[in-house]
Ligand binder design. Structure first.
Ligand SMILES: [Zn+2]
Length: 305
């Protein structure tokens, strides 16, 4: 049995083996399960899309890298491109803790799945999480979800929505930003990472698609791994500032859901680009890269206006 099948068998014990070929596409599609595959999975499991999302939570949890807490959290998001029969793409994510670094560098599962969904050019229209979202994630989701209110199912039985979880929310409008219209989803960053463009060009493309209405610092990066694969990440800001996702963390999220054997030490280089408008993320990115792999090469460039 190959690595993919044995992984699936260990986390989705009751699933028929006929589902494995469909599920294996998660890794090759950068954390995405296409609508057509979800339709087939629903038929196979005799369930609806919402039930499929909940059933996929153990697989999402298996993406967790929780070296400090040992506490695995999984999240499954439904994209906002929905076909006539109600089928949609699904995206998976999990919590990721940077080894040996402070707790506040942690990427929460809801952030990870948001990054993965946005990176595929979609917004979240429904979410399933394995445990109750923390306050930080409620704040983060508020700015990036598509549905109003965002349906949220927690574990196996609890269904609620983001308005109930975050009443009287603080958001972009309180900071003088009318809406998240500056969020550019016209580019599928995962498709770009397959190109042979120079790292700096890729990082610049990622930086141009950053969502940074509070600092105006457009930042992006490309990381490459020892196996030759590379992943892009864009900077995502939040009205409450702290739940921001830096571009390196975003690239790590996508690498994690794309590589069945992902390991931090496999990061070989990072090319980071920012417009250095008001703030700079450079020292933060350098610190994160150094924690993953001290030997990794760090390249930087400035994004011209
Ligand atoms: Zn959280």
């Amino acid at each position: 049995m190959n690595k993919v099948d044995s992984t699936l068998k260990s986390v989705l014990e009751d699933w028929p083996e006929a589902s494995y070929n469909l599920l294996a596409t998660i890794w090759s599609n950068n954390g995405k399960l296409k609508a057509e595959h979800n339709r087939a999975l629903c038929e196979l499991l005799e369930c609806n899309l919402g039930q499929l999302m909940t059933a996929l939570l153990p697989l999402a949890e298996s993406f967790s890298l929780a070296s400090t807490s040992g506490f695995k959290v999984g999240a499954v998001a439904m994209g906002n491109t929905v076909s006539n029969d109600g089928m949609a793409d699904l995206f998976l994510g999990a919590n990721i803790e940077f080894p040996n670094l402070p707790l506040d560098t942690t990427i929460h599962a809801e952030q990870c799945v948001s990054v993965v969904t946005l990176q595929h050019g979609q917004r979240i229209s429904s979410l399933a999480v394995s445990v109750t979202p923390c306050g930080y994630c409620r704040q983060f989701l508020y700015e990036f979800s598509d549905a109003q209110p965002l349906p949220v199912s927690i574990g196996k039985n609890s269904v609620t929505d983001l308005n109930a979880l975050l009443p009287k929310a603080f958001g972009p409008i309180d900071m003088g930003i009318a809406e998240t219209s500056t969020l550019n989803l016209s580019i599928n960053l995962n498709e770009l990472s397959d190109t042979t463009s120079a790292f700096e060009d890729l990082a610049k493309t990622a930086a141009k698609s950053a969502y940074s209405p509070y600092s105006n610092n457009n930042a992006g990066c490309v990381i490459s791994l020892t196996n030759g694969n590379s992943y892009l990440g864009r900077y995502l800001e939040n009205a409450a500032y702290n739940p921001c996702i830096n571009p390196f963390a975003a690239a790590i999220c996508v690498a994690r859901v794309s590589e069945i054997d992902f390991d931090f030490s496999a990061v070989e280089q990072c090319t980071f680009v920012e417009s250095q408008e008001n703030i700079s993320l450079q020292s933060q990115i350098k610190m994160l890269l150094n924690a993953c792999q001290p030997k990794a090469v760090f390249n930087t460039a400035t994004l011209g206006r």
